[in-house]
Design a protein around this ligand. Structure first.
Ligand code: ZN
Length: 440
């Protein structure tokens, strides 16, 4: 899925100012390696020998060796010693994980975990999960709760384009409709029949504040109360699919994945769904575009606490072939309140602040079930969070399916109203900022 131009596709699409500048970059022939620039970690196949003849403006470390990005005097040509599009893909398709040393459960251990899980009481499971969290440690990549790698990549690309064109301002297609500084979606996974009953109370709390959300339903785990589904949809809430069974089976093998597609297509039709979230966020990134939905929301921005830890490091949605990926960018309710014992929405609020500064998508993932938002104290914390979100006027608050439709149109180059946004670059420091379109 490399873009036609070697660039992170989030800025490449429909950004006329980025088509002119001559940036020469390509992947090398060797294996994927970890590159660093200060705190920034990139994964790429760097060029073997540096063909650089110009003035270096950025330096990266590979195994103690320095490689540079250069500006050729006279020609204005910028040379980058790796592929920008490949670095982007290695983040958002989680290909970095093959080059990462983080301790994680093997496929066989995961299988055993789920076999055992069915017969172990929930409180014992929690003790085991907390022990696992300690054993795994917080990885240094992706950073938790926020990793700015993809944002840094985009800003580095702007720096390159600015140098190559000799300009300090480049116009591009803004991330969101109008002048919204960032976007917010509220999503819920429903794990039980009691959770589906609890969904009504959660929906009430959101609707009172002028908000709407999506509820992702497991097709064959508990009896579906169609009265509730129809009511939620009539009130403007969205219904998505949270797997056929609530286990790892769909992504456990190619054969299972294919075997479950007819049931998944049926569920998508029954629920009039546009979106999918995989149970426990199990995923094989390369298979996601085959799902019979418009968008997926199974990929974390950064989540070391799931049975399949990882992250795309992107604050923005992105395309995987024809599928829109809406990464969840806030820690899950279960992680924050059950595993880590937080007693306020503070971490969620600070994360939304970070995402707003990055002009990204804030996606909150919570559960209406007993033990999650079904618990009075946690429901109270969630309402505090909703109060704060309702007040933030700079956020575009929409349903996930509407955000997905917007991103698809943006990617296709559909022209948004409201003029151009600007990426500004200080050529001395390389400091890059993104500015929304000016008010008309
Ligand atoms: Zn679930």
């Amino acid at each position: 899925m490399l873009a036609a131009v070697d660039a992170p596709p989030i800025l490449d699409h429909g950004a006329a100012d980025f088509e002119g500048p001559a940036i020469v970059s390509a992947a090398g022939a060797g294996p994927m390696r970890l590159l660093t620039q200060g705190e920034w970690q990139l994964f790429a196949r760097p060029e073997g020998s540096s063909a650089a003849t110009g003035t270096p403006f950025a330096q990266f470390n590979v195994n103690g060796r320095a490689i540079t990005a250069d500006l050729e005097p006279g020609t204005g040509r910028v040379h980058v010693p790796f592929s920008l599009a490949e670095v982007f893909d290695n983040y958002v398709l989680e290909r970095w994980s093959t080059a990462s040393s983080q301790r994680r459960l093997s496929s066989r251990q995961l299988e055993a975990f789920y076999r055992v899980k069915r017969v172990i009481p929930r409180n014992v499971q929690l003790v085991a999960r907390r022990a696992l969290v300690r054993w795994q440690d917080l990885p240094d990549f992706p950073r938790w709760p926020y990793d700015d790698s993809v944002s840094r990549l985009l800003r580095f690309y702007v720096h390159c384009a600015a140098l190559a064109s000799g300009r300090t301002s480049l116009s591009f297609r803004w991330f969101w409709p109008g002048r919204s500084r960032a976007a917010l979606i509220l999503t819920h996974d429903v794990e039980s029949a009691a959770g589906l009953r609890g969904a009504v109370r959660v929906a009430d709390a959101e609707e009172e504040r002028g908000l709407r959300s999506s509820f992702n339903i497991v097709a064959r785990l508990y009896p579906i109360d169609w009265g509730i589904i129809n009511e939620l949809q009539a009130r403007g809430f969205e219904i998505g699919v949270h797997g056929i069974f609530h286990d790892r089976s769909m992504f456990s093998s190619r054969q299972q994945f294919e075997a479950q597609q007819p049931a998944l297509r049926q569920a998508v039709e029954d629920f009039a769904a546009s979106g999918f979230r995989s149970p426990a966020t199990h995923r094989v990134l390369d298979w996601l575009p085959e799902l019979p939905v418009a968008y997926d929301c199974s990929v974390p921005h950064s989540d070391p606490y799931e049975p399949q830890p990882g992250g795309c490091c992107s604050p923005w949605p992105y395309m995987i072939d024809d599928l829109v990926e809406l990464p969840y960018t806030l820690p899950q309710d279960h992680t924050l309140f059950t595993l880590l014992g937080h007693r306020s929405p503070e971490l969620w609020l600070r994360q939304v602040d970070r995402l707003e500064r990055a002009h990204g998508l804030a996606q909150c993932l919570s559960h209406p079930d007993p033990g999650y938002l079904g618990n009075e104290r946690r429901f109270g914390i969630y309402q505090e969070f909703l109060d704060s979100m309702a007040e933030r006027e700079s956020l575009w608050k929409a349903l996930p399916r509407d955000v997905a439709a917007w991103w698809r149109a943006r990617d296709a180059g559909a022209s948004p109203a409201g003029g151009h946004a600007w990426a500004r670059c200080d050529l001395q420091s390389g400091e890059v900022t993104f500015e929304p379109p000016a008010a008309d």
